[in-house]
Design a protein around this ligand. Structure first.
Ligand SMILES: Nc1ncnc2c1ncn2[C@@H]1O[C@H](COP(=O)(O)OP(=O)(O)O)[C@@H](O)[C@H]1O
Ligand SMILES: [Mg+2]
Length: 483
């Protein structure tokens, strides 16, 4: 494991600070909330306690009342005298009645079972009945009254609730401090783990920054093939993508510069060659003419030989002249003199100037204008060279040429794409095809595409070759769009 660098340490420190702050804050928040909650609950409990005490008093006075009332009733019943227990059945609140003679039960009455089940029996009340005769042993009446069972149960649960409420007060005293202790321990454990998590995180971030740093170093050393190709969507990934874009642009710019340097050297070679060939060409041509016209002999076979030789020489001199013209044209490519123009208009104009293309070239203009800065004469040459190559490629493959030119604005660039139905350009050839003197055609000079690329680069753009959807070649000319 590597010791974290300065950047990583900074991140780590900041993370720890944040962790510490949030731990402190959350502990305080917890403590505050718990206290407020306890206060609130205790106040609430006090309210409830007072209310329940009142309720308990109400119950007690109710029960006392009933007891007195039952006593009163028992005395009244005794005064009136009772013959049979059944006579008491209509007495309100009475559950049982027994007439006793000494210990012996004389008569008894009992409420129906449903009423019994709904009631809570009070302790029996015993009253003596007045005697008519002095000999008779005094009879005793035992009365059992009852209160509604529901009432009794309510009073029981009230008592229960009051007991529980008393316990709850103790719960707050002990439970909250215990919770707080556990919470603090948890926070401390998290704080202890924070550096580890932070270190892993910081290492992840700094590794990505280090990659960027290393890539920048390689670019600085001249390696323009470096790409980061970041996957994420965060700022670092955006930075990586911007970096890739810049390096790609740099690589492009360098390739254009190198190409222009090469072309300029080749132009010098072409200029000298043209010069060297052109000079002796005129005397040679004159000498050939002289040779052909001066012979006046009648040797038929010699005449034929002379004619054939003259014809061959004329043809060769002709193609040498064309070569010289091509070389000169390449050597003396004029400076670009751009004027603002809509590429749609320019290409249509070029097509109008080449009526012989009508049968095999189609144009697909953009719906919107594609403004650029163009040298009309030179750009016409670009299109002409591309169309000529496309035509030759298709014909060479034995097909009827069909060439499609498409104009559009794409990714902030003005684009003219020329597609054909020829055999296409092999991927291995695509790199060198724009170099001067590279030709795969008998009688070709290999200058057509060199001229195309030189002109396009002079316009601030570039040209590339790929495969058309039809399988033929697709040459794409890109120019900066005029703002
Ligand atoms: N549209 C095309 N389809 C296939 N091959 C092409 C096309 N255009 C150019 N080429 C290839 O690129 C070579 C170079 O083209 P160019 O620079 O115009 O020189 P030349 O036409 O004199 O050969 C051609 O010989 C040919 O092999
Ligand atoms: Mg050509």
């Amino acid at each position: 494991m590597r010791w974290p660098g300065r950047f990583a340490l900074k991140i780590l420190g900041q993370m720890l600070l944040v962790a510490l702050l949030s731990a402190l804050l959350s502990t305080y928040a917890f403590y505050y909330v718990a206290l407020r909650f306890a206060d609130f609950s205790i106040a609430q409990a006090d309210h409830v306690a007072v209310a329940s005490k009142h309720a308990a008093e109400i119950f007690r006075s109710y029960f006392d009342n009933r007891k007195e009332e039952f006593q009163r009733r028992a005395r009244a019943i005794a005064q009136n005298g009772v013959r049979e227990a059944d006579d008491l059945a209509a007495t309100e609140g009475l559950l049982r009645a027994r007439l006793l003679d000494g210990d012996e039960e004389v008569d008894a009455w009992e409420a129906d079972p449903a009423t019994l089940a709904r009631s809570r029996e009070a302790p029996p009340i015993v009253v003596a009945l007045p005697t008519g005769d002095k000999d008779e042993t005094p009879r005793v009446l035992e009365l059992t009254f009852g209160i509604p069972l529901e009432m009794y149960e309510n009073s029981l649960s009230l008592r229960d609730a009051i007991d529980k409420e008393k316990e709850l007060g103790h719960v707050y005293e002990h439970v909250i401090p215990r919770f707080l202790r556990q919470y603090v321990v948890l926070v401390l454990m998290m704080l202890a783990a924070a550096p580890l998590v932070g270190w892993v995180f910081a290492r992840h971030v700094t590794r990505r920054v280090a990659r960027l740093h290393e890539a920048a170093g390689r670019v600085g050393a001249g390696d323009l093939t470096v790409r980061l190709a970041p996957k994420g969507k965060d700022e670092l990934a955006q930075l990586g993508r911007a970096f890739d874009g810049m390096v790609a642009e740099l690589a492009h710019a360098r390739s254009r510069l190198e190409y222009l340097q090469k072309v300029s050297a080749w132009q010098e070679v072409a200029r000298r060659l043209a010069h060297e060939i052109k000079n002796p060409l005129t005397p040679v041509q004159l000498a050939v003419q002289e040779l052909a016209s001066k012979y006046s002999g009648d040797d038929a076979s010699y005449r034929r030989l002379l004619d054939t030789a003259t014809e061959i020489l004329r043809e060769e001199i002709g193609s040498l002249r064309r070569l010289v013209d091509d070389f000169s044209a390449f050597a003396k490519l004029p400076e670009v003199e751009p004027t603002p123009i809509d590429l749609n208009v320019l290409v249509t104009e070029i097509l109008r100037l080449q009526p012989e293309w009508q049968s095999f070239v189609t144009v697909e203009p953009s719906t919107a204008p594609v403004p650029a800065m163009c040298d009309r004469t030179l750009f016409r040459r670009v299109i002409a060279n591309l169309v000529e190559n496309a035509f030759q490629a298709a014909q060479g493959a034995g097909r009827t040429p069909a060439i499609h030119i498409r104009i559009e604005a794409r990714g902030g660039r003005a684009v003219v794409a020329v597609a054909d139905n020829g055999p296409g350009v092999a991927e291995t050839d695509r790199q060198h095809i724009f170099d001067p003197y590279v030709t795969h055609r008998a009688g070709g000079t290999g200058l057509g595409l060199a001229i195309v690329r030189k002109i396009v680069i002079d316009h601030g753009g570039d040209v590339s070759v790929g495969a058309a959807r039809t399988g033929g070649a697709l040459f794409t000319v890109e120019l900066p769009i005029r703002a």
